[in-house]
Ligand binder design. Structure first.
Ligand code: DAH
Length: 350
C-alpha cells in the first residue's frame, strides 16, 4: 500500500515537472502504459489474498485515476502555454494570394481613337461629337447633298419611320452614315475659327467581307481666314506619319465629295511592301486611307459661316481601316465579333 502511494506521488511529481507534451507522454507510458508501474500492480491482484486484493485494487485505481487526471490537466496547461507562446512570437502571414482577376483590355477601336486624339491635340484640334441619330438635313442636305442628288443613293442609309420638324420642314430621321454631320453642328455651335476632330460611330446598311453595318470614323475640320490646301496636306502628312510612326509618303487623287471643292482621296505608300507592290495594295504600291477636301461654300453657309471671311479643309477617315493597317488585322468583322481571342491578341493592356 505504501508502495502504491509512493508510486503515485513520484508519478504526480514527474507530471508536474514535465515541460512538454512529449515528456508528459513518457510519464504516462512509465506508469499507466500497458506495462506501466501502476498498471502492473493491477495485473498482480490475482496473487493476493482476497481481503488484501480489494483495498490494493481500490488504492491502485485511485492512484491510476489521480495520475491520469493530473496528466490530462498538465497536458491542457502545456498546450495552452505552447499556443500562447506561438501567438506571441510567430508572425503569421494571413494574406491570401490575390484571386486572378481579368481586367480586360482596350479595344483597338478605342485606343486608335485615343492615339489620333493625342496626335490632333498637338496640332491644336479639340474633340467634338454629335448625334448618331440624325435627320436628313444634317447627314445630307447641309452637306450639299440635296434631296434628289444621286449621292444620297451612294449611302445605304438606315432610315427610321419617324420624321422630325426642322427648319419648318419634315425631316426623316436616320442613323448617320458619316461623321461629316459633326461639321455642321460644330460650325453652328462654335463658329469660326474652328479646329476640331470628331470620332464616332456611323451606320450603313451593308454587310460583307469588307463592310460592317456599323463602323467608326474620325471627322476633322479646320476653318480660319487664310487656310489653304497646303495646310490640309501638312496636317495629313503629320497625322499619318505620327500615327504610322514613320515618314509616310502620301498621294492625293482628285475625287468627288459633294461637301468639298476641290475634293481628294488620299493614299499612303503601302505599309506592307513599302511601295513595291503586294497583295494588300493590289500591286499599286499605295493604299487609300481617307477622303478630304476644302469645305464647300454651301456647307459653310449651312453652318452659318461667312465663306468670304472664312474657309478651310475637312477630312474623314475610317478608324477600323487605320487600325487594320497599323496592327495587321486582316478581317474587319473581327472588330465586332466579341471574340475574347481577338481582344487577347490585339487589345491593349489597361
Ligand atoms: N464622309 C466621307 C465618307 O464617309 C469621308 C469624307 C470625305 C469626309 C471628304 C470629309 C471630306 O470631311 O472632306 O466617305
Amino acid at each position: 500500500m505504501q508502495n502504491i502511494e509512493q508510486l503515485k506521488n513520484s508519478a504526480l511529481e514527474l507530471v508536474q515537472n514535465s515541460t512538454d507534451v512529449k515528456q508528459l507522454d513518457e510519464v504516462r507510458v512509465k506508469f499507466l502504459g500497458k506495462n506501466g508501474e501502476i498498471t502492473s500492480i493491477l495485473k498482480t491482484l490475482g496473487k493476493l489474498a482476497p481481503e488484501e486484493r480489494k483495498t490494493v485494487a481500490q488504492t491502485t485505481n485511485e492512484a491510476k485515476n489521480a495520475v491520469f487526471a493530473a496528466i490530462e490537466a498538465k497536458k491542457a496547461e502545456l498546450e495552452l502555454a505552447a499556443l500562447e507562446e506561438k501567438l506571441a512570437t510567430e508572425k503569421l502571414d494571413i494574406t491570401l494570394p490575390e484571386t486572378p482577376y481579368n481586367l480586360g483590355k482596350r479595344h483597338p477601336v478605342s485606343f486608335v481613337i485615343e492615339e489620333l486624339e493625342t496626335i490632333f491635340a498637338k496640332l491644336g484640334f479639340s474633340v467634338a461629337s454629335a448625334n448618331e441619330i440624325e435627320n436628313e438635313h444634317f447627314n445630307f442636305t447641309a452637306l450639299n447633298i440635296p434631296a434628289e442628288h444621286p449621292a444620297r443613293q451612294d449611302h445605304d442609309t438606315f432610315y427610321f419611320n419617324d420624321f422630325e420638324e426642322f427648319n419648318g420642314e419634315k425631316q426623316r430621321k436616320l442613323l448617320r452614315t458619316q461623321t461629316s454631320n459633326t461639321q455642321i453642328h460644330a460650325m453652328q455651335a462654335k463658329g469660326a475659327p474652328l479646329r476640331i476632330i470628331a470620332p464616332g460611330r456611323v451606320y450603313r446598311c451593308d454587310s460583307d467581307l469588307t463592310h460592317t453595318p456599323q463602323f467608326h470614323q474620325i471627322e476633322g475640320i479646320a476653318l480660319d481666314k487664310d487656310i489653304t490646301f497646303s495646310h490640309l496636306k501638312g496636317v495629313l502628312q503629320v497625322f499619318l506619319s505620327q500615327y504610322f510612326e514613320r515618314d509616310v509618303k502620301l498621294r492625293f487623287r482628285p475625287s468627288y465629295f459633294p461637301f468639298t471643292e476641290p475634293g481628294t482621296e488620299v493614299d499612303i505608300e503601302c505599309v506592307f511592301c513599302e511601295g513595291k507592290g503586294c497583295r494588300v495594295c493590289k500591286k499599286t504600291g499605295f493604299i487609300e486611307v481617307l477622303g478630304a477636301g476644302m469645305v464647300h461654300e454651301n456647307v459653310l453657309a449651312a453652318g452659318g459661316i461667312d465663306s468670304k471671311e472664312f474657309q478651310g479643309f475637312a477630312f474623314g477617315v475610317g478608324v477600323e481601316r487605320l487600325a487594320m493597317l497599323k496592327y495587321g488585322i486582316n478581317d474587319l468583322r473581327m472588330f465586332f465579333d466579341s471574340q475574347t481571342e481577338f481582344m487577347k491578341h490585339f487589345g491593349k493592356n489597361l
